[in-house]
Every structure is written in structure tokens, then in C-alpha cells.
Unconditional design. Structure first.
Ligand code: MTE
Ligand code: MO
Length: 220
């Protein structure tokens, strides 16, 4: 127990020295589970991912079709607004940016924002620019294994930071929706679940954008 605490502290000192710990965050070696409401049960036979709104052609992928898309592996640090960060996590999935670059998804020229739509009504909004970056993934696997139900099986949005954190721009973890079922391209922005509840619309952990307006300290 004590050894674990000391290991955690030592690891935290290292990432702090490497400038990989955003302000107000501390390191965890666990992978906490955090979401609102129950964990949905997902049936892969009826599962689809819809790409809709301001795109040239709307798409509905079955699970089988989705798995034929080009795969990407990447290692990222994740930052939760509740103040834990986890480092060097290995992920696999599909890069939304790559799908757009390869013309598999064709956003209309007016598209500026994306809403991630999830099972049971969870949504989160970002600029289109943010989720087309290399540090956003439509993630199917963590640490070489399919996501567990609690972490978003079978598919989640995921945004993090690369070890060299200067770019691209990052966001707190809630900007990746677990149990993802739809990507809506829009011209105007529309606040998602936590954003409506007062969390920051951009949520950059390096700028400590936890809450919108006022002092975030008073929110605890
Ligand atoms: N569908 C859905 N996705 C969600 C949430 C949620 O409540 N529902 N919570 C977000 C928040 S606040 C966080 S911190 C991360 C947590 O991911 P984890 O449980 O895999 O650590 O999921 C995000 N995605
Ligand atoms: Mo969170």
C-alpha cells in the first residue's frame, strides 16, 4: 500500500517535471470509470454509427462495416475535469481526421461543429477542427483489448494529449462520448450534456477551462 503511494508520487513528479501534468491535476495509475447514469447494454447486431447533418452524404455504418475502416494506434495522456490524469495509455480505433482527409466522410463547407451522440442521450459538442486533429480517436480498444462496457464498449470518442504536449490542442475527457452512436456535423454550436450543466465549452486542460463563467472554485 505504502509502496503504491510512493510509486504514484514518484511517477507524478516525473510527469510534472516533463510538463505533462496540466494545472490542478494529479496522476492516477488506475483507470477510473466516470459517467452519468447506467452503463448501457449494446447489441452489435443492431448497432450502427450514423454520420449526419452537414455532410455531402449521410452514412450509417454497421459494426461490421465500421471495422473495415482504416485503424490507428496511438498513445495519449488523458485528463479528467475531476482532477485525475492518466499517462501513456495505448489506444486503437479510427481517426475521424483520416476519414475526412480520405474523403470517406465529406463535411459540407458550412460545417464548423460536431456533436457526438451517445446511447441514453448523452451528447458532447466540440469544434469540428478539434476532433479532426490526430489526438481525437473513435476508439474501440484500450491496451490491446476491446473497451470494457464501463469504458464505452463498443465505441467511444476519445481526446487526449501526446507526451509532447505543445500541440495539438486538447480537451478534458468528457469531450469524448462513451457508447458513441452518431456524429452530427453542424454550422452552429449546440451545448452538450455537461456543457449545458455549466462546464466549459472548450475545456482545454492546459488553460484549466473547467467551468464556463465565474470562479470554478465555487462550484465544488
Ligand atoms: N456517454 C457518456 N460518455 C461520457 C460520459 C457520460 O456521462 N456519458 N462522461 C464523460 C466524462 S465526464 C468522463 S471523465 C469520461 C470518463 O471516461 P472513463 O469512464 O472511461 O474514465 O467519459 C466521458 N464520456
Ligand atoms: Mo469527467
Amino acid at each position: 500500500m505504502l509502496k503504491k503511494v510512493l510509486d504514484r508520487r514518484r511517477a507524478e513528479e516525473i510527469v510534472r517535471a516533463e510538463n505533462r501534468l496540466p494545472p490542478g491535476q494529479s496522476l492516477t495509475n488506475k483507470f477510473p470509470v466516470l459517467h452519468y447514469g447506467p452503463t448501457p447494454r449494446v447489441d452489435l447486431d443492431t448497432w450502427t454509427l450514423k454520420v449526419f447533418g452537414l455532410v455531402e452524404e449521410e452514412i450509417t455504418w454497421t459494426w461490421e462495416e465500421f471495422n473495415k475502416l482504416p485503424k490507428t494506434k496511438l498513445t495519449m495522456d488523458l485528463h479528467c475535469v475531476t482532477r485525475w490524469s492518466q499517462f501513456d495509455m495505448d489506444w486503437e480505433g479510427v481517426s475521424l481526421g483520416q476519414l475526412v482527409r480520405e474523403g470517406i466522410i465529406k463535411p459540407k463547407s458550412e460545417a464548423r461543429h460536431i456533436i457526438q451522440h451517445c446511447e441514453l442521450g448523452y451528447t458532447t459538442n466540440t469544434s469540428m477542427e478539434l476532433v479532426l486533429q490526430d489526438n481525437f480517436l473513435l476508439a474501440t480498444h484500450y491496451d490491446g483489448r476491446p473497451l470494457t462496457p464501463d469504458h464505452g464498449y463498443p465505441l467511444r470518442g476519445l481526446i487526449g494529449t501526446f507526451a509532447d504536449r505543445s500541440e495539438p490542442k486538447s480537451a478534458y475527457l468528457w469531450k469524448g462520448g462513451k457508447w458513441l452512436r452518431g456524429l452530427e456535423f453542424r454550422a452552429d454550436d449546440q451545448l452538450g450534456f455537461w456543457e449545458k450543466a455549466g462546464y466549459h465549452n472548450e475545456a482545454d486542460p492546459w488553460q484549466e477551462q473547467r467551468f464556463s463563467g465565474g470562479s470554478w472554485v465555487n462550484r465544488f
